[in-house]
Design a protein around this ligand. Sequence first.
Ligand SMILES: Cc1cc2nc3c(=O)[nH]c(=O)nc-3n(C[C@H](O)[C@H](O)[C@H](O)COP(=O)(O)OP(=O)(O)OC[C@H]3O[C@@H](n4cnc5c(N)ncnc54)[C@H](O)[C@@H]3O)c2cc1C
Length: 377
Amino acid sequence: MSQIEYDTAVIGAGLMGAGTALFLARSGMRCVLLDRSGVCSEASGVNAGTLTMQMTRADLIPYAIKGWEMWTNSQEWLGINPGVVAAPGLSLAFTEEEVATLEHRAAARRERGAQIELVTAAKARSIEPGLSTEVMAASYCPMDGFAKANQTGFALYQALKTARVDIRGSYWVERVEPEDRGYAVIGQGEVVRARRLVLAGGVWLEEMLNWLAVRIPIKTLVNQLAVTERIKPVMRTVIGIASGLLSLKQFDNGTVVIGGGWQGKGSRTTGSTQVIPENLIGNVRLAVHAIPNLVHTRLVRAWCGFEAETTDAMPVIGEVPGINNAFLIGSIHSGYTSGPFMAKLLAEYILGHEPELPLFDPSRLIDNESYSKNNVN
Ligand SMILES: Cc1cc2nc3c(=O)[nH]c(=O)nc-3n(C[C@H](O)[C@H](O)[C@H](O)COP(=O)(O)OP(=O)(O)OC[C@H]3O[C@@H](n4cnc5c(N)ncnc54)[C@H](O)[C@@H]3O)c2cc1C
């Protein structure tokens, strides 16, 4: 009989997979982490790095608070701080209608534990002096911030090595096959055997689940971002707007990252992406509208990344329905913010502990036909 090498094979080394492998390994499991690229090379390494309560869905606020606490203590659990800055967040309203939207959003988030309050334009400008004089009011959250997403992979890689996770980069998994005592993970002309499986494929989670004949549709968002040249300090908070179509923050090297979910073009099948110039212009116009001092600043780069979304826009974290010892994690809105905590929750569950907060049962999203087929077997 073939040798089981690992307690757990985690496929996908984004924040969710790498985090899960890290917490499992620290509890004594032998883990292998497989990725066709490297640690945090997709969404987890190219995102805007906003650690946000204001832009997180209300129902995920308790998770985002825990994630924010982990990021701001990253030295403690990660060993390396990927440039985390705790900064207040302001979401801006320019019309009466937007003020009402902010009030409604703030109330829903306050109910779930986020300290968000509506402040006058004068108060908002005392917090962020660079704000446009056209701002009518803002919602203010002291618990926002940002990190350098492009340094997250390095920090996680070091932590995973220390925890003795076997990291296999450039390992394109083609399929997995259930065996008597676990799973065979097949790719690169090699077979890796493990007792348990964790699927953490970001937008490619749907294809990974197909390996087990389980169908959960995953939608792909192609988010665009841009970064400016280095400029003197023009802002010190994280800025958003009522419509949600802007996120702005200035890093310690003077660059400003401009985002907000404007869409580019791309295909998860080919992996190719393309910035849509009109959307970039719209995004930059909003940025200058919010912080007028950005007006003569040049952009140096724009790029896109793939973000996953389920049909109900809530995460999937738990057991693969109908399949023994197989788990999945992904499709988490504002997933960079709550990612480390979500990974810790799944690891707790796999280790047989009661997770600190409830998981997100994937069976709610399953295509019934394939679910009943799997349950019969
Ligand atoms: C442009 C952009 C901006 C964002 N901004 C923010 C933000 O400011 N704040 C916030 O909180 N969230 C943000 N997000 C969301 C956040 O980045 C994601 O929720 C999170 O990073 C998802 O992590 P993941 O591990 O699920 O997926 P990913 O990081 O995409 O990881 C999936 C991994 O699976 C691997 N993989 C796939 N198929 C295979 C295979 N067959 N074999 C081996 N490996 C495979 C891929 O190579 C990849 O590394 C943003 C997302 C994007 C795209």
